[in-house]
Design a protein around this ligand. Structure first.
Ligand SMILES: O=P(O)(O)OC[C@H]1O[C@H](O[C@H]2O[C@H](CO)[C@@H](O)[C@H](O)[C@H]2O)[C@H](O)[C@@H](O)[C@@H]1O
Length: 252
């Protein structure tokens, strides 16, 4: 094997604060605005974060959206009701206070949920996350089941014609036809996001489509976390650095 196979990935530069001037800002949630926790329910959103995001949104003329794999119902429960939202990996959309625009929950998702629940029976640490139009199988609490859970998720996706979304210690099944990139492109068509330069901040492989779409429209992606092959142009090392960066944006 060549020596270059062992070469560390080059670190990306930190984003300049000026990138936020005139931006249309797209923010992932888990691992970007909130540190990852052992279970989906163990994540909280503090008032300081909501205040910071509200200030930044106002400063950007409203051009700030949360684009998450979480459902919009959950994002609203977490406190993001006043924000423009896209949930379930680009399948759902909602403006503040307005009804959710989303496809219906498919019977196939219920069938998968039942199969996931049967699989986790007697396997402590595994968790089924029921979501509005999708379902997740989490193995953060029992990583030894990664391979078997992945095989089950793949088989169920194939059997039911669903999309298999790999996340962090998570297999999620959902309808296809959308991702965070398509969400960004759709939101950029209308107010308030239209007219801004898209900047997408995210940590997960599911955010790569968002980075690509931002770059396609002349903007940029910001990867949160350790270096990895990515379409992002900039990097922030952790959630705390994201918050610091956004606060710098507010300060001017
Ligand atoms: O697009 P995101 O906002 O990053 O959402 C992606 C998924 O995040 C959640 O799962 C992840 O975070 C959990 C809490 O920190 C963690 O326990 C889990 O291991 C992670 O995969 C959420 O539960 C999913 O529904 C989202 O799709």
């Amino acid at each position: 094997m060549s020596e270059s196979a062992f070469a560390p990935l080059p670190a990306l530069p930190p984003p300049p604060t000026a990138l936020l001037n005139g931006a249309a800002l797209f923010l992932d949630f888990d691992g970007t605005l909130a540190p990852l926790a052992e279970t989906p329910d163990a994540v909280d959103v503090d008032d300081d974060l909501l205040l910071l995001l509200a200030r930044l949104r106002d400063q950007l003329g409203g051009r700030l959206a949360i684009v998450s794999g979480r459902s919009i119902a959950t994002l609203r429960e977490l406190g993001f009701g006043d924000f423009l939202l896209s949930g379930t990996h680009g399948l759902e959309f909602a403006r503040p206070g307005a009804a959710v625009d989303a496809p219906p929950r498919l019977p196939a998702i219920d069938a998968v949920e039942a199969a996931f629940n049967a699989f986790v029976e007697g396997k402590p640490g595994l968790l089924v996350e029921r979501k509005s139009i999708s379902v997740g199988l989490h193995f953060r609490g029992a990583p030894i089941w990664d391979e078997e859970a992945g095989q089950l998720a793949k088989a169920l996706a194939d059997a039911h014609g669903l999309a298999l979304q790999r996340g962090k210690m998570l297999y999620e099944l959902r309808p296809g036809g959308a991702d965070k990139g398509s969400a960004l492109l759709a939101l950029m068509q209308t107010a308030p996001m239209a007219g801004g330069v898209p900047v997408f901040i995210g940590d997960d492989v599911t955010d790569e489509e968002g980075f690509a779409a931002a770059a396609e429209l002349g903007g940029a992606g910001i990867l949160v976390g350790a270096p990895r092959p990515t379409l992002a142009a900039f990097c922030l090392e952790q959630v705390a650095a994201v918050r610091h960066y956004l606060a710098e944006g507010v300060a001017g």
